[in-house]
Design a protein around this ligand. Structure first.
Ligand SMILES: [Zn+2]
Length: 432
């Protein structure tokens, strides 16, 4: 399997740590000098950039949030004069306030390079035809992959979003081999092919790079089966750069995070304290090479876990799990963070596939309780009463092990939870 930047992507971890520290020191010096927001924050805790002698020192620094970026609208977070900025993108802050991000010429080169790493890990090379169905606009989606694919020497067809019938025609006529899309749009394309009577087998597709919304292993299998492709996950967010932050290799054991450009931490979403490797929490990123809009300890709001073991593909970069949801989705029961998507995952492991489920949180007296409602499906729960009781106990036990709270498990009418149409919320909080 090809690796785009062997020297960096297979770096010995000790060497990587040294490079990260050097780049971190440079970043902290730059933001302290050029961004008032950071000068004020650092001064507030009596921190000077020279105080950073190891990456551990980073943990003393306060977080940067989307709210911080939104109130700095439009250019307050820029660390370079506007004349050095060659591209401006935008993203949505909280709640709904825009965030503005700048790119110097060097930022754009770095971006293309990192996108090329992600594409190469997915098996893309110069012989490929890459159809980018993401938005070419203020958001970063399409603009990350486009130059990355060109840098590899692949042919890019920048179809952008929508016009699904035309997308299918282009896919067929141009011999598209790589689809860049959101998981939901990949399914829209599948539907359109069916309608047009286009057999996906007759196309040249081999890889689909999908992200932009949380998706599951079940959806992956579905898309792979429907489109005859290998579906791979990638991660990027406009605030940090755009697509190119991390991407899966064909081993699909997590997304390789470009740690020589982003220093990752995973923290408890409530306390903000760092979590041990492998634990699910909120991803926090510090940019290490970003020139125009560098970020220190940016809270992404995305839930994932990180592992550092070397991947069979040879890359030594840490791998991040798929995004299990947003911190806004986290519910607290008896002081414990519960990630609704984690519940779905555990149920899938017990049942083979993920049943429709819903969480209800309530309070009896002073005690919180969690109720997991699972839709009954034929062949899934219709069994003898005694066997069913056993199964419910088993589910409660497995959930307790996985989420740290023993839930009540309740079977509900089929169809009463319809995730497809998103008519019923994933979580009902009766305590409010
Ligand atoms: Zn790998």
């Amino acid at each position: 399997m090809a690796i785009f930047d062997q020297e960096r992507e297979q770096m010995e971890r000790g060497e990587l740590a040294q490079l990260q520290l050097e780049r971190l020191q440079a970043t902290l010096t730059r933001v302290y000098k050029n961004v008032k927001f950071y000068k004020k924050k650092f001064d507030g805790i009596g921190f000077l950039p020279d105080d950073c002698q190891s990456v551990e020192d980073l943990k003393q620094l306060p977080f940067t949030t989307r709210h911080d970026l939104a109130v700095s609208y439009p250019y307050e977070m820029f660390a370079v004069p506007l004349r050095e900025v060659v591209r401006i993108h935008s993203s949505t802050g909280s709640p709904g306030a825009p965030i503005v991000l700048g790119y110097t010429a060097r930022d754009l080169r770095t971006w293309a390079h990192l996108a090329a790493r992600v594409l190469t890990a997915a098996g893309v090379d110069r012989d490929d035809v890459v159809q980018v169905t993401l938005s070419y606009g203020l958001l970063t989606g399409a603009f990350g992959f486009h130059p990355g694919a060109e840098l590899l020497g692949a042919s890019v067809s920048p179809t952008g979003t929508g016009a699904t019938a035309r997308q299918v025609k282009i896919m067929r006529d141009y011999h598209t081999t790589v689809l860049v899309s959101t998981p939901s749009y990949a399914r829209v394309l599948t539907g359109e092919m069916e309608e047009q009577g286009v057999d996906p087998k007759s196309l040249h597709l081999k890889v689909a790079l999908l992200a932009g919304e949380p998706w599951t292993e079940a959806q992956r299998r579905e898309i792979e089966y429907a489109l005859y492709v290998t579906a791979l996950d990638y991660y990027g967010l406009s605030e940090a750069l755009g697509p190119g932050v991390a991407g899966e290799c064909k081993n699909r054991q997590g997304m390789h995070l470009n740690e020589d450009h982003f220093f990752p931490e995973v923290v408890d979403p409530q306390s903000g304290l760092p979590l041990p490797p492998g634990e699910l929490g909120e991803l926090v990123l510090t940019t290490l090479t970003r020139e125009a809009t560098p970020l220190v300890r940016f809270r992404t709001g995305d839930l994932c876990a990180l592992v550092q073991e070397r991947c069979p593909c040879g890359r030594t970069l840490a791998r991040m799990s798929r995004i299990y949801g947003r911190t806004d989705d986290v519910i607290i029961v008896k002081g414990i963070n519960i990630f609704p998507s984690r519940v779905g995952q555990i149920l899938a492991r017990i049942q083979g596939e993920e049943p429709a489920d819903q969480l209800a949180v309530g309070r009896e007296g002073h005690l919180d309780y969690l109720e997991v409602r699972i839709a009954v499906r034929e062949g899934l729960f219709f069994d003898k009463m005694t066997r069913q009781r056993e199964l419910l106990q088993q589910i409660a036990h497995k959930l307790a092990q996985g989420i740290g709270v023993t839930p009540r498990v309740k079977l509900v009418e089929p169809g009463s939870i319809s995730r497809e149409k998103e008519t019923s919320p994933l979580v009902i909080d009766l305590r409010r």
